[in-house]
Design a protein around this ligand. Structure first.
Ligand code: FES
Length: 574
C-alpha cells in the first residue's frame, strides 16, 4: 500500500505550520516534557481507554495502554492516552445500552477534536466494543480495537462455572431452596476470579469476536485471557501496527464491506453468540453505510451450526476456547461460508489470516460434521405480535418449548413483574407464556436486559426451570432460556405487545419462524383504540436526546442522525 509522508498527517494541521496557533500547540505539548521531535511529523496515536474504577472488566486497561504505547513508540509514532466513557455492564444503571450511543458520540468527537492520526480502542465489556467501533467508523481515522480479554476460569465443587451464566442459574436454585446462603456467598467471591470480561459466550465475547471477524482487531486477540502475558504482547503489537495503518491511510472504510459484516454474523453464529449482536452489528453496519437486517441473521442462522461448546449453550469457558484455537480455528472450519477476500487490519485478507489456524481441542471447537447443535444460534420470528421481528437464541432454549402455545401472563413493566412474580397466588403454570412490556428502547428506557424473566417461585418449587418468555427487552448473552426478545415495534410506541391481555393465547413456532397472538383483528382494533402511551421516561439531558432519536431494535437502536457513512470533516484551525 502506498505510504503517505509526514506532511500528509492530520496532526500536522495542529503542529506542522509556522503560525501562532501551531506554536501554541507545540508549546503546550512541550510544557509537559515532550520533546518537539517526539511528536512533530510523527503519527499521533490516540489510545482511547474505557478504564474506570467501576469497570472490573477493564481494570487492567491502564496497564494495557502502556503496552500499546510501547508498540507505538517502537514504530516511530507518538501515543496519547485519552479517557472515554466507561460502561461497566453490571454497575451502570438503568442499562449500559442507554449509553452505548453516548460512548459512540464521545469516541467520534474525541477523535475529531484532537490532533490525532489514528486510534487504538481499548474496550471489551458489552457495549464498549460496538460503541467505540460505531464512533471510530464515523470519525473515519485508521483504528484498531484491542479487546480487554476474558477473565480466567472458575470452578465450584469440581464444575466449571461461568460469569453471569451461573449467577443466574444458582440464583434460581437459591430461590428454590436447593442451595444454602453459605453456598451463595461462596459463589459471590468465587465466580469472577480475575479482571477481564465475562468468560462465557456472553455479549462481551460475542462482540469482541464479531469485531475480530470484521477485521478490526488482531486475529486471535478476542479470546486471549486478560491476565495472560500474551495479552500484553498482543497490545504492543497492535501499537506497532496502528502506526503502519496511519502511514497507509488505511481507514475503516477501506477495510469494511457488507461482506465483512456477513462474516461477523457467520462467526458468531458458529460461536453461539449473544442475541445482542443482532442490534450491535446492524448499528455498526449502518454507521459504515451498509444495510444489514434481521433477515441476514436468520438466513445465516439457518446455515451455520453451533461449533463452539461454550456456556451458556455448552460446557466450557473462554480460556478453553482460546487454547482450543480461538476464532481463527472457528473461521477456518467455516471458511466455505465466509467472504475470504474481506480485508483485515493486519493487511491480509481474512482467508490468509486464518490459513494456518489450528484446532487442537475438538471438545471445545467442533467440526462441521460434529457440531454442538444444529439448532441456529439466531432465529428471527415474525407475526402479528412482532410485525417487525423478534429474535430468539434456540441453542440456549429448551427444545420442546420452541413450538409452544399457551396463555399469556402480562407484566406491565419490570416493577409490576418484581412485585408479583413470586406471589404464591399468581395464576401461572409451566405452559403460561410470561410477557413483559414497556422494556424496549423507549420504554425501558434503553432496552435493559430484562428479557430473561425470572421463574415464578411457585414453579421453581415444582422443578420448572424454563418457560416461554416474551418481551421488548434484551437478554444478557450470559443467560439462557426460551426467551423471545427485541419484539418490534416495542409496546411503548404502540406495538402489538401493548395490546396483549392475561389469558390471550400466544403461539411460538421456531419451525415457521412465527410469533402469533391468537386474538381477532377486530378485538385488537378495539384494544388499540383504548390504548394510551405510557408517560415519557425522560424530560431533560441525554435521556431526552435518546428518547427523541433512538431507533427500534431492528434498526440497531442508533440515533437517527448518526447513521450513514461518516468520515472526519476537520474543523478549521484558525
Ligand atoms: Fe463486563 Fe460481563 S460484565 S463483560
Amino acid at each position: 500500500m502506498k505510504k503517505r509522508s509526514a506532511e500528509d498527517l492530520r496532526s500536522q494541521r495542529w503542529f506542522g505550520a509556522d503560525t501562532l496557533k501551531a506554536f501554541m500547540h507545540r508549546q503546550r505539548m512541550q510544557q509537559v516534557g515532550h520533546g518537539r521531535d517526539e511528536f512533530v511529523g510523527r503519527p499521533i496515536v490516540a489510545i482511547l481507554n474505557t478504564w474506570s474504577g467501576l469497570s472490573p472488566c477493564h481494570a487492567h486497561l491502564r496497564d494495557r495502554a502502556e503496552s500499546v504505547a510501547r508498540g507505538v513508540i517502537a514504530s516511530g509514532g507518538f501515543p496519547v492516552e485519552l479517557p472515554v466513557m466507561s460502561l461497566g455492564e453490571v454497575m451502570v444503571k438503568p442499562t449500559t445500552m442507554l449509553y452505548r450511543n453516548m460512548l459512540a458520540m464521545e469516541t467520534e468527537e474525541v477523535l475529531r477534536s484532537h490532533p490525532v492520526d489514528g486510534a487504538i480502542l481499548l474496550g471489551g465489556c458489552d457495549k464498549t466494543g460496538p460503541g467505540m467501533i460505531m464512533g471510530a467508523v464515523s470519525a473515519g481515522l485508521p483504528c484498531m480495537f484491542v479487546p480487554a480479554g476474558p477473565m480466567i476460569n472458575a470452578t465450584w465443587r469440581g464444575e466449571k462455572i461461568g460469569a453471569g451464566t451461573h449467577s443466574k442459574q444458582y440464583w434460581e436454585e437459591y430461590r428454590a431452596g436447593t442451595i444454602t446462603q453459605k453456598d451463595w456467598i461462596k459463589l459471590e467471591t468465587g465466580m469472577t476470579r480475575s479482571v477481564g470480561t465475562c468468560n462465557v459466550m456472553g455479549t462481551a465475547s460475542t462482540m469482541t469476536l464479531a469485531i475480530e471477524a470484521l477485521g478490526l482487531s488482531p486475529m486471535g486477540a478476542a479470546s486471549i485471557p486478560a491476565v495472560d502475558a500474551d495479552h500484553q504482547r498482543m497490545a504492543t503489537a497492535a501499537g506497532r501496527r496502528i502506526v503502519d495503518l496511519i502511514w497507509e491511510d488505511c481507514t475503516p472504510a477501506k477495510i469494511l464491506s457488507r461482506e465483512s459484516f456477513l462474516n461477523a454474523i457467520v462467526a458468531i453464529a458458529g460461536c453461539g453468540g449473544s442475541t445482542n449482536a443482532a442490534i450491535h452489528i446492524i448499528a455498526m453496519a449502518r454507521r459504515a453505510g451498509f444495510s444489514i437486517t434481521l433477515a441476514d441473521f436468520d438466513a445465516i442462522g439457518r446455515k451455520i451450526p453451533l461449533l463452539v461448546n461454550l456456556m451458556p449453550a455448552g460446557e466450557h469457558l473462554m480460556a478453553d476456547f482460546h487454547f482450543a484455537g480461538g476464532l481463527p480455528a472457528v473461521l477456518n472450519e467455516l471458511r466455505d461460508h465466509l467472504h475470504l477476500e474481506a480485508l483485515t487490519v493486519s493487511g491480509q485478507t481474512l482467508g490468509s489470516a486464518i490459513a494456518d489456524a489450528e484446532a487442537p481441542d475438538r471438545a471445545v471447537i467442533r467440526t462441521l460434521d460434529t457440531p454442538v447443535s444444529t439448532l441456529p444460534a439466531y432465529a428471527v420470528v415474525r407475526g402479528n405480535l412482532a410485525p417487525d421481528g423478534a429474535v430468539i437464541k434456540p441453542t440456549a432454549a429448551t427444545a420442546r418449548l420452541l413450538q409452544h402455545r399457551g396463555p399469556a401472563l402480562v407484566f406491565e413493566n419490570p416493577t409490576d413483574m418484581t412485585n408479583r412474580i413470586d406471589d404464591p397466588a399468581l395464576e401461572v403454570t409451566e405452559d403460561t407464556v410470561l410477557v413483559l412490556r414497556n422494556a424496549g428502547p423507549l420504554g425501558g428506557p434503553g432496552m435493559p436486559e430484562w428479557g430473561n424473566l425470572p421463574m415464578p417461585k411457585r414453579l421453581l418449587a415444582k422443578g420448572v426451570r424454563d418457560m416461554v418468555r416474551i418481551s421488548d427487552a434484551r437478554m444478557s448473552g450470559t443467560h439462557y432460556g426460551t426467551c423471545v426478545l427485541h419484539v418490534a415495534p416495542e409496546a411503548a410506541i404502540g406495538g402489538p405487545l401493548a395490546l396483549v391481555q392475561d389469558g390471550d393465547i400466544i403461539e411460538l413456532s421456531l419451525e415457521e419462524r412465527r410469533l402469533s397472538l391468537l386474538v381477532s383483528e377486530e378485538e385488537l382494533a378495539r384494544r388499540r383504540k383504548k390504548w394510551k402511551a405510557p408517560a415519557p421516561t425522560a424530560s431533560r439531558g441525554y435521556s431526552k436526546l435518546f428518547a427523541e432519536h433512538v431507533t427500534q431494535a431492528p434498526e440497531g437502536c442508533d440515533f437517527d442522525f448518526l447513521e450513514g457513512a461518516g468520515g472526519v470533516k476537520d474543523f478549521i484551525i484558525y
